[in-house]
Design a binder for this molecule. Structure first.
Ligand code: NAD
Length: 494
């Protein structure tokens, strides 16, 4: 069986004292194994990153940019190959996996503009004969820890900007679908990235903890579930590291009575069930305002009936399996509990049967959901859409703002005034107006509020340049032939 190794200083290595199974979720078969890094292997990777730092930060911006231009070419030309790697371990359909690669390319394109992004500021004559300028310098060794659901895009969210800024990186991808990270490391190497600038260590909690405790690691980027994000933030910041830890979500899509219901139906079904609901920006709650639920729910029910669920590598499939058997069963348990909690299960995907042992689950639609029910409160991360009925816009806003998560939200309306008010009122980091999954394009930054992000920097885009660099401010005076004077007072610029 193939063993997925680490990638340290350009070498694929693994002591492999301990390994974990990697499943093909469409068959339920463990078809690969991944090495779990020992504390020593993590230390070696961190040391490799540290050793590569002086050379990489001294590399000219143009040479650094060359790597990203070549990487963009590799990713564009071999998207299908990489998408197949993703599908074989994650299970999502190939077109969705290709979409993820395409969004990751946006981060590479952004990084290719590093010469422009790293420009500092300058002020002339702040005092007589004195100038001040600022530069942004790399923070050092960056640890990047990523979740299973976007094995290409989320690593690129971090790695592209971190490397562009002159840092070196140790990436710890999800142990559930680690091959894509290895593919990326090889592609970076092919694009001309020197050995040691990007290292990959595989494993689970123990590998993460070894990274968090390494004194040479200066900054930590994490994306995953909220409990882990919270603990990563606490542990890494306690030792003085810079941390951004993005957590889970419960995204609400508000549908106003004046909305285009065909558009809202298509958007809700796509955003709730795409990638089997395993997206941090998936819509999991539809907030139906006024009488709209009675018109919308039958439309959703009909659209759901036409969805084709099957293996991700079957071009006729629109939705693939879930990531593991345990996760599939956990998602199903929310649907089973919803009726007892007083909700109405309109479509029960847990009854759908599939051939074989793949981790498939049909899609579910649950109406008359209310806060306090488990199906509402928890992040389910599966193909379950809840409908909460409210009487007014104000009630909808109160519901969304009262939720502990604040990753993404959307409003569907034809009224510009309502949309503008929503944008102003809503306490969520990313907002869509008639756009159900408002993942910002790569030249903006991505991040939620509340329990969806710990730290003060959003990820990729302009905020990533700030996160992965430290500012240095230089005050300069050159001899100008005026006589020197001793003055023990605090320097004043007036
Ligand atoms: P997860 O939190 O289980 O794992 C994320 C990473 O943390 C993995 O690399 C994993 O190996 C590691 N990890 C797991 N347990 C750990 C522990 N106890 N200590 C230290 N490290 C640990 O998340 P997941 O199941 O892989 O991904 C799904 C979650 O990620 C969902 O909650 C989803 O909303 C979230 N997510 C958020 C965003 C966002 O941008 N906010 C994006 C994608 C996914």
């Amino acid at each position: 069986m193939t063993l997925i190794p680490h990638f340290i200083a350009g070498e694929e290595t693994a002591a492999a004292d301990r390994t974990l199974p990697v499943y093909d979720p469409a068959t339920g078969v463990a078809h690969r194994r991944v090495a779990v890094a020992t504390a020593d292997e993590v230390r070696t990777a961190v040391a490799a990153a540290k050793a590569a730092l002086p050379g990489w930060r001294a590399t000219s911006l143009i040479r650094r940019a060359d790597v990203f231009f070549r990487l963009r070419q590799i990713l564009s030309e071999r998207t299908e190959e990489l998408a197949a790697v993703v599908t074989s371990e994650h299970g999502k359909v190939l077109s969705d996996a290709a979409g993820e690669v395409s969004r990751g390319i946006e981060n590479v394109e952004f990084a290719a503009g590093l010469a422009h992004l790293l420009k500092g500021e300058r002020a002339e004559q702040v005092a007589r004969g004195v100038d001040v300028h600022s530069v942004r310098q790399p923070v050092g060794v960056v640890a990047a820890i990523t979740p299973f659901n976007f094995p290409v895009m989320v690593p690129l969210w971090m790695v592209a900007s971190a490397i562009a800024c002159g840092n070196t990186v140790v990436l710890k991808p999800s142990e559930k679908d680690p091959s894509a990270a290895l593919w990326l490391a090889r592609a970076f190497r092919e694009a001309g990235l020197p050995d040691g600038v990007l290292n990959v260590v595989n494993g689970d909690r123990s590998a993460v903890e070894a990274l968090l405790d390494a004194p040479e690691v200066a900054a930590v980027s994490f994306v995953g579930s909220t409990p882990i994000a919270r603990s990563i933030y606490a542990r890494a910041s306690a030792s003085g590291k810079r941390v951004q830890a993005l957590g889970g979500a419960k995204n609400h899509m508000v549908v106003m009575p004046d909305a285009d219901l065909d558009a809202a139906t298509a958007a809700a079904v796509s955003a709730a069930y795409g990638s089997a609901g395993e997206r941090c920006m998936a819509v999991s709650v539809l907030v139906a305002v006024g009488d709209v639920a009675d018109r919308l729910v039958p439309r959703l029910q009909q659209a759901i009936g036409e969805l084709r669920i099957g293996p991700g590598d079957d071009p006729t499939s629109e939705m693939g399996p879930l990531i593991t058997r345990e996760h599939r069963d956990r998602v199903a348990s929310y649907v089973a509990a919803a009726t007892a909690e007083g909700a109405r299960v309109v479509v029960d995907g847990t009854r759908q049967r599939f051939d074989g042992d793949g981790f498939f689950l049909g899609v579910s639609l649950v109406d008359h959901v209310r806060p306090g029910m488990k199906v509402y409160e928890d992040e389910i991360f599966g193909p379950v859409l809840s409908v909460v009925r409210v009487d007014s816009y104000a009630e909808a806003v109160e519901l969304v703002n009262g939720n502990r998560f604040g990753n993404g939200t959307a409003i569907f309306t034809r009224d510009g005034g309502t949309a503008r008010r929503f944008e102003f009122d809503i306490e969520v980091g990313m907002v869509g107006v008639n756009v159900p999954i408002p993942v910002p394009v790569g030249v903006f930054s991505f991040g939620g509020w509340k329990d969806s992000l710990f730290g003060d920097s959003h990820i990729y885009g302009p905020e990533s340049i700030h996160f992965y660099t430290r500012s240095k401010v230089v005050t300069t005076r050159w001899p100008d032939h005026t006589p020197a004077q001793i003055d023990l007072g605090f320097p004043s610029n007036r």
